[in-house]
Design a binder for this molecule. Structure first.
Ligand SMILES: [Zn+2]
Length: 239
């Protein structure tokens, strides 16, 4: 990212009024025995930075939110969750503060557990008149958690941080089939390793392609700015 895109690198006279500000939202949670706890934050930050570079005009990337709602991973040491209520309060206060000088705020979310919070928090903010929306870092056909998709993304973004020799396959059923067990009993009851999916076959090349697809879709959504009733950016052509 060019330095002028990072809010943390800016000095105040350089901050343009009316800027689009991208806020990456991640988590600090277990990602199996082979991926670091900040995997979701790393991915969301990378998508936001590359999208900001591709957007016309002055888009800024705020420092990422490193904690999210990760209660379903609480049985694993290392996980730190602030829960839906606290995350929602942070999101609300960030938007109210950013709106004093920013034109538009976009949360770029890297963790599935944060989606319900964003859906809930953004609706009243938009009713208050704030120009805010959120978009996710999903990969079509991607697996659920610490599997092939996230392992490939991390092999692309930070290969030195991936412990491939420790990678194991977890429960490979689709997330829809696992969800009720995950919500009722947590991830550990479903997958003792914490992996949902199979890191086998992951590669940096596949991660690079997934990144390109996520960045393209994020740029398209921010440019179209078609916001649905939950505050999510949608693909414009589906409007
Ligand atoms: Zn993740």
């Amino acid at each position: 990212m060019t330095a002028r895109r990072a809010l943390a690198d800016a000095v105040w006279p350089d901050v343009p009024s009316g800027a689009v500000v991208l806020v990456p939202v991640g988590s600090t949670e277990q990602h199996g025995p082979h991926l670091p706890l900040d995997t979701d934050t790393v991915v969301a930050h990378a998508v936001a930075r590359r999208a900001a570079d591709a957007l016309p005009g002055r888009a800024l990337v705020a420092p990422p939110l490193a904690y999210g709602a990760s209660g379903e991973h609480a049985d694993f040491p290392g996980t730190v969750s602030i829960g839906h209520e606290a995350l929602g309060a942070v999101v609300v206060e960030l938007v109210r503060s950013l709106s004093l000088w920013a034109g538009r705020v976009v949360f770029v979310n890297g963790h599935g557990g944060n989606t319900a919070t964003l859906d809930t928090a953004l609706v009243p903010l938009r009713t208050e008149g704030h120009d805010v929306a959120w978009t996710g870092c999903g990969v079509p056909g991607g697996d659920a958690h610490a599997g092939r998709t996230e392992t490939s993304l991390m092999l692309h973004l930070a290969p030195e941080r991936v412990r491939l020799d420790a990678a194991v396959a977890g429960d490979t059923r689709p997330l829809a089939a696992l969800l009720s067990d995950l919500v009722a009993h947590g991830v550990r009851a479903v997958s003792p390793s914490g992996v949902l999916g199979d890191p086998g076959g992951a590669s940096a090349q596949e991660g690079g392609r997934a990144m390109d697809a996520m960045v393209t879709s994020t740029v398209r959504r921010i440019t179209a700015w078609a916001v649905d009733g939950r505050g999510r950016l949608t693909e414009a052509e589906r409007r």
